[in-house]
Design a protein around this ligand. Sequence first.
Ligand SMILES: Nc1ncnc2c1ncn2[C@@H]1O[C@H](COP(=O)(O)OP(=O)(O)OP(=O)(O)O)[C@@H](O)[C@H]1O
Length: 357
Amino acid sequence: MNEFVSAVQLGWRACEQRMAAENSPLPDISPPAGQGSGTLIAVSGGADSMALLRALLEWNLSAENDCLTGPLVIAHLNHGLRGADSDADADWLEETCQAFSLPCVIEKQELMIQQEGTSEGLEELSRKARYEFLIRTAQKYQCTRIAVAHTRDDQAETVLHHIVRGTGIAGLRGIPRIRLLAENLYLVRPLLDCSREEVVQYLKQCGQTFRTDASNADPRFTRNRIRHQLLPLLKAEFNPAVVQALQRLSQQAEEVTAVISEDVARILQRATLDQNRDTWRLDCDQLVEVPDYLVKQCFLKIWQEMHWSRKRMGFDHWQRLLELTRDGQKIHLPDQIEAERRERLLILRKLPARERA
Ligand SMILES: Nc1ncnc2c1ncn2[C@@H]1O[C@H](COP(=O)(O)OP(=O)(O)OP(=O)(O)O)[C@@H](O)[C@H]1O
């Protein structure tokens, strides 16, 4: 089998292993083909997603296929952002899929831009519309996986972006290999260990053409400036293997955060949440015995899981909560969240509406 296809196969298996480790709700034995085991491939028509399409197709047809059990379905959302070019990309993809006898779902959704928005805002709107379309289409075609074509280079760009913007350990993980999107439906990224160079080489080998999106060079998008300016500068001036270095950093961050999550779960097992789900009680004696970083992660976990506030928990909030585990009486946090120290207990709660005067 072609080297690139083998690499995609490995990437796919890594996704499956991660799903199993996450106690995936998917059954151990995949259902028979056509009964909810298909894969939806999200294709823009660009090099990365065309390479993903070709590699999965080749693997699916090969005798060595023991993993991709269901049918492949292609999905493309025409955002209509580049006028006739966007329509031409969609038509081209439809014809290409016809030639491979692959079902192809194309939808056109022009974004309603009321005001002159920022380029970043536009990117976010497109992504939201795309995921809504992909999930809806996957469910309609009984697919349990949506495959997207992010590569090692995308991973490096994302990690770098997070670093320069400011991030914690969790942000160093970059793009996750898998993500649960809905019940029985995972987003998978089998190209995450493949480089863009390998993608282009594979496309050349199999004579597969692709579309070029001119907006990928537009310097108004931060991602493009990182891709075309910052990374090449770092490669040329500091480290020719900077992409690999960033990828390794992301893998380590992934491993470290998994260990931290386990520790946090262990600590929180000894805390209590009342039946109304508005008050947590944590034992300060226990908290002072664990490293500060873990205590902060416990607060962060509670903050995120309880959805008490739409605001992010900031460094200042962490710090004040941490100090309260050792000393002090009461602090007020945003959105009517308060924390009180009563003897050995730290009581963290969301005030009910009537107390919010
Ligand atoms: N319009 C779209 N319709 C369906 N899937 C898409 C679309 N745009 C992007 N995707 C999917 O999301 C992935 C990531 O998108 P992103 O815009 O970051 O990459 P890209 O540079 O457009 O990738 P590609 O080389 O495939 O064009 C793509 O590789 C593809 O799998």
